[in-house]
Design a protein around this ligand. Structure first.
Ligand code: TYM
Length: 327
């Protein structure tokens, strides 16, 4: 039997190269080896305010992005989180096991809530990792391919599963996180000490999957670089290392190949070529995306939700029995 993979993305903000290289690209590559389930996690997105019309549009767009990236609906199950109600039911049950102290340590919560007074931070934002744990545990997931920023949430998921199993008997599979080698954490183009992020204040932080060729060239031209002029892949040059990682992941060339290609050349040549590599990836991707109709995407999501509901129903029956609810 194949091991099972589950992962998801929130329909908020602009999807960027970090999301693609850290998460989606791995998913595409893992579809044959694993049984794969991919979700659009709309209930996570509403932990910060969303415009309802925008949210609906974005949810469908993320599903289309999965498809345009190469997620194959004949191999993978694709669905929208809010269409399988067991996610919220399990989240409530896991809430009764989750500890305030553990949730307070989550860096994503700390980052997102930093700007607000504690009194005004939403409870949903705080509880976000428990809903994520329920997404994963509901499907007996073995492996969760994500970017490095999500590993702390997976650790929490493992702890919750272990706590539940210890108290009520073996119920949940203990999942493992899986990182892409060089894409594990793509950094901001304007600041290599911070991750590339959908919610970054400057558009020069990220390359959106929807960026035009002209925008890509402009953003890469403005990307910060390190001191010196040689193209070398090293921890001492974090800005360049990040750009070489993007180049390598999108072109299939190794980081060493790229160093050799640019011996005797400077940042200017390197950046022009990198922009071309990015555009050569984005242009056909955007064309595939434009050719997927709403109706096709909706039909795929509906049949995915049916499959997911069936799995979730069976798991929740076990959970209810274990904890003493009437079944
Ligand atoms: P989200 O929507 O913030 O990000 C989606 C995926 O993109 C990865 N990612 C990155 N990878 C590399 N470099 C970056 N700069 C970068 N930025 C984002 C994230 O690690 C993630 O894999 N909580 C999750 C969504 C979620 C989920 C789940 C994931 C909800 N339930 C169950 C896995 C399993 C999130 O906010 O991802």
């Amino acid at each position: 039997m194949k091991k099972r993979i589950f992962s998801g993305i929130q329909p908020s903000g602009n999807l960027h190269l970090g999301n693609y290289l850290g998460a989606i690209k791995q998913w595409v590559d893992l579809q044959d080896e694993y049984e794969t389930i991919f979700c659009v996690v709309d209930l996570h997105a509403i932990t910060v305010p969303q415009d309802p019309e925008e949210l609906r549009k974005k949810t469908l767009e993320i599903a289309k992005i999965y498809l345009a990236s190469g997620i194959d609906p004949t191999k993978s199950t694709l669905f929208v989180q809010s269409q399988v109600q067991e996610h919220t039911e399990l989240a409530w049950i896991l809430n009764t096991l989750a500890r305030l102290g553990d949730l307070e340590k989550m860096t994503q919560f700390k980052d997102k809530s930093e700007k607000n007074e504690k009194e005004t931070v939403g409870v949903g934002l705080f509880d976000y990792p428990v809903l994520m744990a329920s997404d994963i545990l509901l499907y007996d997931t073995n492996v969760v391919p994500v970017g490095k920023d999500q590993m702390q949430h997976i650790e929490l998921t493992r702890n919750l599963a272990e706590r539940f199993n210890k108290r009520f008997g073996e119920t949940f599979v203990i999942p493992e996180g899986k990182l892409s080698k060089e894409g594990a954490l793509i950094m901001g183009l304007d600041d290599p000490t911070k991750k590339m992020s959908k919610s970054a204040p400057s558009e020069y932080n990220y390359i959106a999957l929807s960026d035009t060729a002209e925008t890509v060239h402009r953003k890469i031209k403005k990307a910060v670089t390190d001191s010196g002029s040689e193209i070398v892949y090293s921890d001492d040059k974090p800005a360049l290392k990040n750009l070489i990682n993007i180049y390598s992941l999108l072109s299939g060339k190794t980081t060493q190949d790229i160093e050799v290609m640019y011996v005797g050349k400077g940042y200017g040549d390197f950046k022009t070529d990198l922009a071309e590599v990015v555009v050569n990836f984005l242009a056909p991707f955007q064309e595939r995306l434009a050719n997927i109709s709403d109706d096709d995407a909706l039909a795929i999501l509906e049949s995915g939700a049916e499959k997911a509901r069936e799995l979730a129903r069976i798991k929740m029956k076990q959970v209810r029995e274990k904890i003493g609810l009437l079944v």
